[in-house]
Structures are given as structure tokens and as C-alpha cells.
Design a protein around this ligand. Sequence first.
Ligand SMILES: Nc1nc2c(ncn2[C@@H]2O[C@H](COP(=O)(O)OP(=O)(O)O[C@H]3O[C@H](CO)[C@@H](O)[C@H](O)[C@@H]3O)[C@@H](O)[C@H]2O)c(=O)[nH]1
Length: 276
Amino acid sequence: MLDQTSLEHLVRTVGPHEVYNLGAQSFVGSSWGQPILTGDVTGLGVTRILEAIRSVDKSIRFYQASSSEMFGKVHETPQRESTPLHPRSPYGVAKAYGHYMTANYRESYDMYACSGILFNHESPRRGLEFVTRKITDGVARIKLGLAHELRLGNLDAKRDWGFAGDYVEAMWMMLQQDAPEDYVVATGETHSVREFVEIAFSRVGLNWEDHVVIDPKFYRPAEVDLLLGDPTRARKELGWEPKMSFQELTETMIDSDMRRVSLLGGQAPSLVRISA
Ligand SMILES: Nc1nc2c(ncn2[C@@H]2O[C@H](COP(=O)(O)OP(=O)(O)O[C@H]3O[C@H](CO)[C@@H](O)[C@H](O)[C@@H]3O)[C@@H](O)[C@H]2O)c(=O)[nH]1
């Protein structure tokens, strides 16, 4: 992690017009085990970048990757920009801090600083510790005879899952406006982990109930039960629309892992060494 002086030096040397802060300890599950590191990187890291921009060139536009995890124990459904925050993990709390600091720099220093409140966004490049990729990688291993079971936690959790590529487009659009504003970026649909599992197994002709084992090790100390975003503001003001459906996203991920695991076999990096 860069200290303040190095960050300022970097901003001065590169001279960017726009800065996108996607840096974080981003795995919610690990944030209970590493609450201080998570607060430092995911929370204070935002202020370090904002301070570097403020001291070098206040005209640089800043994007903060805020998260739907900030809504936590949700106060209303669907969640929109005005929904009160109620984070349920050290990760969610750190993101809420970064979110408010971004708004604070916008209001205090007249900087073009804004947050995208992004709901879960997935792709074949998703880390293996996150549930979607853990499932698609696990299904491919089972189908190709490298594993027999897939151990998961809470299948009832519901998420508003979209395609990461669509969401990156929204981030860029947010920095091209006349004035900075925070936006919810979501599909407006919610699905359970169980539904994701069903689609992934059926794509390769398997029955999920023959292979999924519920392991309490993967339950979280506090769960976010339901996330469903309302992207009306992004639709109206940015003209943004998600292009990939939930079904297509799941199938794209499973097809990609089938290709990868077929090619690399037992050499394909797996979750065996990661306790997620
Ligand atoms: N990781 C994981 N999650 C599981 C498992 N079994 C069930 N789940 C459930 O699956 C849901 C999604 O978990 P993750 O994929 O780890 O994502 P997340 O906690 O929703 O956080 C992601 O989305 C946020 C946006 O809302 C991001 O901010 C965050 O960085 C991350 O990308 C959670 O409710 C979790 O309890 C499992 O074995 N592993």
C-alpha cells in the first residue's frame, strides 16, 4: 500500500484526468478476520487518494467504488441512492466510511468526486473466493471428474448480480457528466445463491443436490440477506443499461470454467488453499 507522499508523487508524475479507486480488501468473508487491515485499505485508502488529488490538482475527477454491502440489513427494498446505510461487516463499514469521505471532499473542496454504489458484479475473471466463481469452478471440476462435491454456506442469500463489463461502463459514464453525483449500479433483479447453483449444474447436465454440501464454516457472523438495487437514476441521467442477463452471465461463467479446467486439468488454480 502506498503512503501519502508516494501517492502524491504518483499523481504528480502521471498527471491523470480521472482516477478510479477500485482498490480494497474486497472479500466480505475475510473482513471479520482482518477488520483493521480492511479498515485501513478499504476505508482510509480512499482518504489517502482524495488527499493526494486535493494537494496536487483538484481538477482531477475521482471515482470511488462504493458497495451495496453498505445497505447491509436493508431499510427498504429496492435500495436506491437515498436508502439509509446499515453495514453488517467490517468491509461494509469501511466502504461506508469511504463513501461518506468522497461526498465530503465533493462538498468541502468542490471536487468532482463521486461514488458508484455497485451491486455484485461478476465475470469469468472473478476471484475464486467469491460465491459465483467458486460455484462455476466447482461445477467444472465435478463435471470433469476432478472433484465430487462443492461445499457452500448460506444458499438463501439473495443478490442483484450483474456483468462486471456493463458496470465498468457505468463507472466511466459517471465521470463524463457535467456535475458529480452518486449512482446505484444494479440490474433491478435479485436471485438466490441456490438459483445460481441450479443454473450452473444444469448447464453441464448435473443435479446440484447430488453434489452440494452445506458447510456451516461458510456462514458469516452476520449475513446480508437480500440486495436488490434500483438503477433508475443511472438509467435516466447516464443513459446506462445493463446488457447481460442473469442466465447469460451464469452460463458465460460456467462455460469459461469448463474450458479452463479442461485445458489445465488438475493444474488449474483452485480454492483448495483458500479457506473461502
Ligand atoms: N464467498 C462465499 N459466499 C457464500 C458461500 N456460500 C454462500 N455464500 C453467500 O453468497 C453471498 C455472496 O457472497 P460473495 O460472493 O462473497 O459476495 P458478497 O459478500 O455479496 O460481496 C461482493 O459484492 C459486494 C457488492 O454487494 C462487493 O462490494 C464485495 O466486494 C463482493 O464483490 C453471501 O450472502 C454469502 O454468505 C461460499 O461458500 N463462499
